[in-house]
Design a binder for this molecule. Structure first.
Ligand code: GLU
Length: 291
């Protein structure tokens, strides 16, 4: 199958160095495999979105010389696709309404690998699936396994590690997990290269792919760029925009972070063909072991 990759930023702030690393790696991996590279704006969560950010992100990508194939798609314009997938999930009988507040969950739930494990309080309560309630997907404890190209074999038991997870929030916004599974499939994405913060989300996306009868893409999760204190850089909180004045220098920093050889180039036009030729995803494993 022909390689198709993607970069899917949320427009919650300007691109920071961590997102440039993700953009560069997904771009290089796609081009190294003579593949296509798409850009999708993950703007489902209108409450977190900052006006003007999506355009700013696209301008920055262009400035760095990362040219995408096809038109950019916006999740906010694809709600009908998520609604369709929700109906399909409803047909499996695994969707249920939930009216637990975060506070109620925090009171009784145990902490898991990613926040609280939903204790299943509403599972059998037959709560209406009306707009004002959130919707959850019933999970199970079968091992969900996948082979990450960087991390190797990953196994998760979704029910006991995460719990039944949200498909649509109480405010009507579709959950990231659903939207990403639907979009990656609908856009024909074969290879996902993204930050390690989403490694633990991948089994939920695989579970959704199984229920919706979608093929599974290949996954590679990149090490995260962190602040000096080890916390994750985030577009919305630190807003540490990346330095665009010397794009080749910034791109070389990203290469170094990923254990790649530096590229000598006077312009981004010169940079990319060389970087694409020498891209070696396996070299990332070497730098991870040293951090
Ligand atoms: N929109 C997500 C983010 O900016 C990334 C989604 C993905 O790559 O699956 O963190």
């Amino acid at each position: 199958m022909h390689y198709r990759g993607r970069f899917a930023p949320s427009p919650t702030g300007p691109l920071h160095f961590g997102s440039v690393v993700a953009a560069l790696a997904s771009y290089l991996d796609a081009r190294h495999h003579q593949g296509e590279w798409l850009v999708r704006i993950d703007d489902l969560d209108t409450l977190r979105e900052r006006p003007g950010c999506a355009a700013q992100i696209l301008t920055t990508l262009e400035h760095f010389g990362m040219h995408w194939d096809q038109d950019v798609v916006y999740q906010s314009q694809r709600l009908h696709l998520y609604q369709q997938a929700l109906e399909e999930l409803r047909n499996t009988g695994l969707i249920y309404g939930c009216n637990c507040s975060r506070k109620q969950i925090a009171k009784i739930a145990t902490a898991g690998i990613e926040g609280f494990i939903y204790p299943g309080s509403c599972r059998d309560r037959n709560i209406s699936q009306a707009e004002s309630h959130s919707l959850r997907l019933r999970t199970n404890n079968l091992d969900t396994r996948f082979d990450d190209r960087i991390h190797g074999a990953i196994t998760q038991r979704i029910e006991s590690n995460i719990g039944d997870f949200l498909i649509r929030r109480g405010d009507g916004i579709f959950a990231y997990q659903l939207a990403v599974a639907v979009d990656d499939h609908e856009q024909g994405v074969t290879d996902i290269v993204r930050g390690e913060d989403l490694l633990l989300s991948t089994p939920r996306q695989i579970y959704l792919q199984q229920l919706l009868k979608m093929p599974r893409p290949a996954y590679a999760h990149l090490p995260l760029v962190t602040n000096a204190d080890g916390s994750k850089l985030s577009k919305s909180s630190d807003a540490w925009p990346v330095d665009t004045k010397e794009p080749v220098t910034t791109l070389n920093h990203a290469l170094r972070f990923l254990g790649q050889q530096q590229v000598r180039a006077d312009s981004v036009e010169e940079f990319w063909p060389r970087a694409i030729r020498q891209w070696d995803i396996d070299a990332i494993k070497g730098v991870m072991n040293h951090r």
